[in-house]
Design a protein around this ligand. Structure first.
Ligand SMILES: Cc1cc2nc3c(=O)[nH]c(=O)nc-3n(C[C@H](O)[C@H](O)[C@H](O)COP(=O)(O)OP(=O)(O)OC[C@H]3O[C@@H](n4cnc5c(N)ncnc54)[C@H](O)[C@@H]3O)c2cc1C
Length: 287
C-alpha cells in the first residue's frame, strides 16, 4: 500500500507492517476498502476527499502513543481528526496515518471544583450533556457537532464568550502526546510554554488526548435564551411570570429542563420540545 512521509515522499507500507499496528492497538484500524474506512476518513466539508493510507480509531491514550511510535518508526505522515469540522479539511491528508479520535468521548465533571475533563474526541454536545447535569457549562461553541479539540486549539468562541472569554481562556490543563510519543501535561504549572501554544495556536503541537475546562453555573441565563427562541417556550415564560411564589418555582423548573434538552441534543434547533414539557405548557396555557 502507498503511503506518504511528512516531507511528501511516497513510500510502500507493507501488509505485515500494518498487521503490526493492528496488534498494538485496542481500537480498530482501517485501510482503503475496509468497512469503516470511508466513514472514518470523512470530514464535515464534503468537498474534501483525501484518502489517508490507514485510519486508526484510538480507544485511549495508549493507542495514541502506539500510533505516534508507529508513525515515527515508519516515517509516516500523521494527521488527527477530532470532530472533522475544520472547513479546510486539516484533519485529513492523502497517504497519512489518520488518528480518528471519535471513540474517545468520555467526560468527567468535578462539580465541587467546577472543572470538567473531556477526552479529545468529544463533540461539544458530549461536554454539554454531562456538565448540565450539575447545572454547569463550559465555554464552547454554537454548533453541537463541532469537535472540542479543534475548536479549543484554535481559540474557540460561543454562547458564553461575551461573558467569560474565549474557550482557550477557560482551559486549565491539557494532556498531550508529543512527537516523541511521550504523554505530558500542559498547564500554567507544567510545560507552561506548551500550554501557552496550545491555547489558540492551532494543531501541530502534539496529539491532545484530554482537556480540562473551567465550568460556570448557567441555568438561568442560558436556559432562558434557549426557551425564548421557541414559540411555545416563550408562551410558557409569559404565562408563568406571575409573582406567585409557586408559579415562579414552576417557571424556573420548566426553563431549566427545556434549556437542558435544547442545548444538549444534537441539532436542537430543528427539534420540537420534548413530550414531557407539554404538560407544563398545557398547565400554563390553562391559566
Ligand atoms: C458547522 C460549523 C460550526 C462551527 N461553529 C463554531 C463555533 O461556534 N465556535 C468556534 O469557535 N468555531 C466554530 N467552528 C469552527 C471549528 O471550531 C473549527 O473548524 C475547529 O477546527 C473544529 O474542530 P474539530 O475537532 O471538529 O476539527 P477537525 O477538523 O477534526 O480538526 C481541526 C484541526 O485540529 C486538529 N486536531 C483535532 N483534534 C486534535 C487533537 N486531539 N490533538 C491535536 N490536534 C487536533 C486537526 O488535526 C486539525 O488540524 C465551526 C465549524 C463548523 C464547520
Amino acid at each position: 500500500m502507498r503511503a506518504k512521509t511528512p516531507e511528501g515522499r511516497e513510500i510502500e507500507l507493507k501488509q505485515d507492517t500494518l498487521a503490526g499496528l493492528k496488534m498494538r492497538l485496542q481500537g480498530p484500524v482501517f485501510a482503503s476498502g475496509d468497512v469503516g474506512y470511508e466513514e472514518s476518513r470523512a470530514v464535515w466539508n464534503g468537498m474534501i476527499d483525501r484518502k489517508p493510507a490507514v485510519v486508526a480509531r484510538c480507544l485511549g491514550i495508549a493507542d495514541v502513543i502506539a500510533c505516534v511510535q508507529f508513525a515515527r518508526e515508519n516515517e509516516l505522515l500523521l494527521c488527527i481528526k477530532g470532530g472533522g469540522h475544520n472547513i479546510a479539511g486539516l484533519a485529513t491528508a492523502d497517504g497519512a496515518l489518520m488518528l480518528d479520535m471519535s471513540l474517545m468521548r468520555g467526560v468527567w465533571v468535578d462539580p465541587q471544583r467546577k472543572v470538567a475533563h473531556a477526552q479529545a474526541g468529544c463533540l461539544l454536545s458530549d461536554v454539554d450533556r454531562e456538565t448540565q447535569v450539575h447545572g454547569l457549562a463550559a465555554v464552547l461553541g454554537f454548533v453541537s457537532l463541532t469537535g472540542i479539540a479543534g475548536l479549543t486549539l484554535g481559540g474557540g468562541f460561543g454562547y458564553l464568550t461575551r461573558r467569560w472569554g474565549w474557550t482557550s481562556d477557560n482551559v486549565v490543563g491539557v494532556d498531550v502526546v508529543t512527537a516523541n510519543a511521550r504523554l505530558v501535561r500542559a498547564s500554567s504549572d507544567e510545560n507552561a510554554d506548551l500550554f501557552w501554544a496550545l491555547r489558540g495556536g492551532g494543531g501541530n503541537f502534539g496529539v491532545v488526548t484530554g482537556i480540562d475546562y473551567v465550568l460556570y453555573p448557567h441555568w438561568s441565563r442560558r436556559a432562558k435564551r434557549s426557551v425564548r427562541s421557541r414559540g411555545r417556550g416563550a408562551r410558557l415564560i409569559r404565562r408563568h411570570s406571575s409573582d406567585n411564589r409557586d408559579c415562579r418555582a414552576e417557571r424556573r423548573k420548566a426553563m431549566r429542563h427545556a434549556g437542558v434538552v435544547l442545548t444538549a441534543v444534537d441539532g436542537f434547533l430543528h427539534r420540537p420540545l420534548p413530550e414531557w414539557v407539554n404538560p407544563v405548557v398545557e398547565w400554563a396555557e390553562a391559566r
